[in-house]
Design a protein around this ligand. Structure first.
Ligand SMILES: Cc1cc2nc3c(=O)[nH]c(=O)nc-3n(C[C@H](O)[C@H](O)[C@H](O)COP(=O)(O)OP(=O)(O)OC[C@H]3O[C@@H](n4cnc5c(N)ncnc54)[C@H](O)[C@@H]3O)c2cc1C
Length: 391
């Protein structure tokens, strides 16, 4: 087992960090306040090669492995979690998913634009009445000549207000649960699709989240991703990748909050001493560090394993390992950012100190991309049905 990153991975990690510190850190407060990214951000991320990080070079991507993709989103989350949310929805939920499941024609049509930043990608699964129980979605897709007509609504869709390409799930056999779902690529200019509302969030402000409506939205049959009624394969096939990937963002949020807490503890004086000299503050710093390193171990290992399985290798424990990685990393991000606010005392509660943003941003990951409760169910069900694999 090799715990060292490769030279190439370190270079990518440094490049992303430098970009975030130089270009994004100075405007993070503005992004949070105005709930908007600066214009041209997608093209900039595309020029740097971040958008198609796991997409094959022949479609304009960088062709890196999953661990490298995790390092990219980790570094984004460390400075600006909101940018990382939008970036992840685009690069992983949409572009990476299409690169794994779309046919050749679809890949040639959509991936180059998604990799350059000309197109912004989204994943449209959740509905007002279907979140954790995703297979109970009610959006329907009815065959009409060579097309399908989509009707229904989607909720909480990251990037929807600025999105061009939506990997959308709809029921082609409404009476069947999992066996009646199909995945489609919907373009923003298809007649009948609209973003009805940009939602106001408590955190990750800047990352636009929207509600969508489909009213007889005409989608060519050629835009089915995977096979008719086999959308669940597309949905489930990437779950381990997605969980390991978003674990990387949680890790980044925890690191960013820890850095702010540590810095403040070395500057703030009370009782004639810097507060990092107090034992209770030391204990917090030690616990934060320990949890972050434990999360790193889980997330990086899950990323390596999920990548191996995606490429046809064996790895029976990856399902529960990836769920454990994001469960622990997400709760670590919440706990660490909470303690970092505590170290800041009253200043931590003030909007002018950046730590409050990490506290608000971190909470999303116990909810979005699957809740902590559902992750615990996945882990427990796997252990109960398949047992443990300690030797
Ligand atoms: C900011 C943001 C961005 C998002 N981006 C996207 C996106 O880009 N695309 C997309 O498709 N979706 C997106 N989502 C949706 C997200 O994936 C869902 O919010 C999530 O899956 C939970 O669904 P829900 O909100 O309907 O909660 P519910 O499923 O209604 O859950 C409510 C509560 O009940 C619990 N619960 C549910 N079922 C069980 C069970 N069987 N056992 C125990 N407890 C249970 C949950 O854990 C939770 O605590 C986003 C959400 C947010 C907040």
């Amino acid at each position: 087992m090799d715990f060292e990153l490769t030279e190439e991975q370190r270079i990518v990690q440094r490049n992303v960090h430098q970009f975030m510190v130089k270009e994004i850190e100075p405007i993070t407060e503005q992004i949070d306040r105005e709930d908007e990214f600066p214009p041209g951000i997608w093209e900039k991320l595309g020029d740097l090669g971040f958008l198609g990080v796991t997409v094959d070079e022949k479609y304009g991507g960088s062709g890196f492995d999953l661990l490298t993709a995790v390092l990219v989103i980790e570094q984004m989350g460390r400075t600006c979690p909101a940018l990382a949310v939008s970036y992840g929805a685009h690069a992983n939920l949409c572009a990476d998913n299409l690169s794994r499941n779309a046919n050749e024609e679809q890949k040639r049509k959509y991936l180059p634009g998604l990799c350059s930043g000309e197109l912004v990608g989204c994943l449209a699964l959740t509905e007002p009445n279907a979140g954790s129980d995703a297979v109970s979605i009610r959006t329907t897709a009815r065959k009409d000549g060579d097309d399908f007509l989509l009707n229904g609504g989607k909720m909480f869709i990251t990037n929807a207000p600025v999105g061009d390409v939506f990997l959308t799930y709809a029921k082609t056999e409404p009476d069947k649960k999992a066996k009646g779902v199909t995945a489609f690529v919907v373009e923003k200019n298809f007649p009948g699709v609209s973003v009805s509302r940009k939602l106001e969030k408590m955190g990750n402000r800047g990352s636009p989240t929207g509600e969508m409506v489909f009213e007889d939205c005409r989608v060519p049959a050629g835009n089915i991703v995977g096979k008719l009624n086999e959308g669940i394969k597309v949905m489930m096939g990437g779950l381990d990748v997605e969980r390991a990937y978003y674990g990387g963002e949680c890790l980044g949020i925890a690191e960013g909050a820890f850095e702010l807490g540590l810095k403040y503890s070395k500057e703030r004086e009370q009782f004639g001493e810097v507060i990092c000299n107090f034992q209770m503050i030391k204990a917090k710093l030690a616990d934060m560090y320990t949890e972050i390193e434990a999360a790193r171990g889980l997330v990086y290992r899950a990323a390596v394993m999920a990548d191996k399985v995606q490429r046809g290798g064996k790895g029976t424990e990856v399902h529960k390992l990836a769920a454990a990685a994001i469960l622990f990393a997400a709760e670590t991000a919440t706990r660490v950012s909470n303690q970092a606010v505590q170290i800041h005392g009253g200043y931590g509660y003030m909007l002018e100190f950046p730590i409050n943003r990490f506290y608000r941003d971190a909470k999303l990951y116990e909810i979005g991309a699957g809740t902590s409760e559902v992750r615990r169910l996945v882990i427990a069900n796997e252990i109960i049905s398949k047992g443990l694999e300690y030797a």
